[in-house]
Design a protein around this ligand. Sequence first.
Ligand code: NAP
Length: 285
Amino acid sequence: MIRLGLIGYPLGHSLSPRIHAAALAACGLDGNYSLFPIPPEDREGLRETLERVRSGGIDGLNVTIPHKQNVIPLLDELTPAARAIGAVNTIYARGETLIGENTDAPGFMADLERFLAGPQPPIERRALAIVLGAGGAARAAAWGLIRSGWKVAFAARRVEQAETLANRFRADNDTELRAVPLEAEALRPLLRECGLIVNATPVGMAPNTGASPWPEALPFPTDAAVYDMVYRPRETRLIREARLAGVRAESGLGMLVEQAARAFECWTGRPAPRRAMLEAANQPD
Ligand code: NAP
């Protein structure tokens, strides 16, 4: 019996239970994936749930907002990726050692590479990537992008948050990193060298599907690609408008499945059944 689950708050619309239930079934494994809604102020609830992983009562956990950073002091070890990113989305135990991993970053890079390898003209991989937002998902994206040779500009509505992120990565890398306000006039000078826009804000996510994080008055750069980490709906306003402008655009559903697949492999030691997981994620609500 494999006991898996997700800690975060709120957890109403998570696709993870159905993705992991499909993975367990496709592997012929008996198990379940439960939701553990833990409010941000419930430190004791968080600690108790992690102790259940240490004692073997739970075999693996995913972590989402608002606990991706809160869990770090409660863990014994971080993988190099989780340490560099400063956020954890997957927890498991080896013996009694609690380990924190980040599968968002490799999940994002794997799906981005698949998307960029598509039939359209190639994107210059060492161009500038503009990352919209400066939270946990932006950090995971930047870690992967920098390692792959991209220059990165963080664009955030609170520019100081973008500056903090740029400084954090500057300390460990020679890559060119910039921080700008998420505004048309600040982004306009970057468009000529921009090869990729990554939305790492929740803007456009259901139910607020009429919103886009890309400033209204700003054209999309030509010969660029747009990757929207939001996966509900599949075609966000950002994706729709990019495609209308002739710019290829992809949703974050593939990233969601890939980060889940890598977590499943950490927990079970088995290759993840990605096709079954993607089919489950694609099921209508
Ligand atoms: P987070 O840590 O809360 O960061 C969100 C970022 O977006 C912050 O910089 C925040 O700025 C900014 N933001 C929020 N509302 C905004 C608005 N109305 N206008 C401009 N900026 C805004 O969240 P996260 O973990 O990075 O997640 C961000 C998004 O990525 C979520 O939608 C999440 O579902 C998605 N995601 C997808 C995957 C996947 O597998 N596809 C994986 C991880 C995350 P403030 O701090 O000023 O609010």
